[in-house]
Write a protein that binds this ligand. Structure first.
Ligand SMILES: Cc1ncc(COP(=O)(O)O)c(C=O)c1O
Length: 412
């Protein structure tokens, strides 16, 4: 099956080439139907459904087991959050930090989460150190060297992305964890893009904390995500919303679960529909075999490999037409890729916005136009509903539309 025929499973507008799964994901129709089903069940019997001890907690535990199996973690070490931003905030704002301490982030980190770090550091009187990772990049050694150079005896913890948002780099997180832990430094991994893009094995990764979104590459309904923490740190983590779990029996098997299970009245339907999303995705490239009622692990791997191959092929088409060298080795990509566009160097923000508007309004593409340093770039994503023709059309447009290249007076 190719992206053409699979597109019908999503609601995405057929007159727009949607190459931006990475920003907010997109849920297949069957997942939205499953979510609706859960909402209707809830609304038929609100008390029976939402009173935690009746229906809700056992249902949350079922979803937790699904996530734990996919992430090769113990269910005991996982709680649910609304999204990766919340997961990062919960951990970062709970971590011990004193005046004079240092915390490490990278220049490819996600702005919202780096802001959470800056806030925590400011409150404690600590310093934020930014590891400067190059782009273009030749290999993961350059990342490890940048992080090693930025660590100091004062570093208390590191926040690092599993897949970087502006540049689509799959970071060598296992090596970063080894390096940091060898210096007694804890590591929080922002894995917003991890599940559904990469095979993640939390039991061997060794990270102290890992958070991720369900609504990105797992195509779960918006909004839901998880937070993993090693057992020894769990009792220190406060959720972003303190609720009944802080002093009420029966809200979870552990205090970690209890603290996060009930963030106040909430809509659990995105979480409850997540298994439908993973099952659906895992059946798309399962080689024609009957997936049955469960999740096909091989099928999930096949989808991730297919999306990786597609983004690499799409990126090649664009690099060839634009006559640009690959800014990141293929082996460091998942299913996101950022491409520097030669004519977009040194452009003002306003000019980059105009270009993005033209690409969307005139040419019917949806993907981010962004700046990495002084270089204007575009970022493509590849999900099941995408096909190579979409990237080929984009390459043609970029090579032929003169209005998309720099004009005099538009340099910053
Ligand atoms: C690396 C990274 N972290 C965090 C986020 C934030 O995701 P959310 O807004 O769902 O919390 C994103 C979103 O794109 C991201 O790319």
């Amino acid at each position: 099956m190719d992206g053409h025929s699979l597109g019908e499973h999503w609601l995405l507008r057929p007159d727009v080439d949607f190459l931006n799964h990475g920003s907010f994901g997109a849920s297949p129709k069957c997942v939205l139907e499953a979510q609706r089903g859960w909402s209707e069940r809830l609304e038929r019997e609100p008390i029976e459904f939402l009173a935690p001890e009746r229906t809700l907690l056992p249902k949350l535990d079922e979803v937790r087991d699904v996530v734990a199996t996919q992430m090769q973690a113990s269910s005991r070490d996982l709680v649910f959050v609304r999204n990766a931003t919340e997961g990062v905030n919960a951990v970062i704002r709970s971590l011990p930090l004193q005046e004079g301490d240092e915390v490490l982030i990278t220049n490819h980190g996600y702005n919202a989460c780096n802001n959470a770090v800056r806030h925590a550091a400011e409150v404690a009187g600590a310093d934020v150190v930014v590891a400067d990772i190059p782009f273009p990049i030749r290999g993961s050694d350059e990342i490890l060297d940048a992080i090693a150079a930025a660590l100091s005896p004062k570093t208390r913890w590191v926040l690092v992305d599993h897949v970087t948002s502006p540049t689509g780099i799959v970071m060598p997180v296992a090596e970063i964890v080894r390096l940091a832990r060898s210096r007694g430094v804890r590591v929080m991994v922002d894995g917003a893009h991890g599940p559904g893009m990469l095979s993640v094995d939390l039991s061997s990764l060794g990270a102290d904390y890992y958070t991720a979104n369900h609504h990105k590459w797992w195509c779960g309904p918006k909004v839901s995500g998880f937070l993993f923490a090693r057992e020894e740190w769990q009792s220190d983590i406060q959720p972003t919303v303190i609720s009944h779990g802080a002093n009420t029996e029966g809200l979870g098997d552990t205090s970690f679960h209890a603290n996060f299970n009930w963030p106040g009245t909430f809509d659990p339907s995105p979480l409850l529909a997540l298994p439908t999303a993973i099952k659906f995705l895992s059946g798309l490239f399962a080689g024609g075999s009957d997936v049955g009622p469960g999740i096909n692990t091989e099928g999930m791997r096949a989808l991730m490999q297919r999306n990786h191959r597609l983004v690499v092929a799409g990126r090649s088409r664009l690099l060839d037409r634009l006559e640009v060298d690959a800014p990141v080795p293929e082996s460091m990509l998942g299913s996101l890729a950022t491409i520097p566009v030669p004519g977009w160097s040194g452009l003002t923000d306003e000019r980059l916005r105009e270009i993005a508007e033209r690409l969307r309004g005139e040419h019917r593409f949806e993907f981010p136009v962004l700046r990495v340093g002084n270089q204007g770039c575009l970022r493509i994503s590849a999900q099941a509903y995408n096909s190579i023709e979409q990237y080929e059309r984009l390459a043609d447009v970029l090579a032929t539309d003169q209005a998309l290249v720099a004009r005099r007076g538009s340099q910053s």
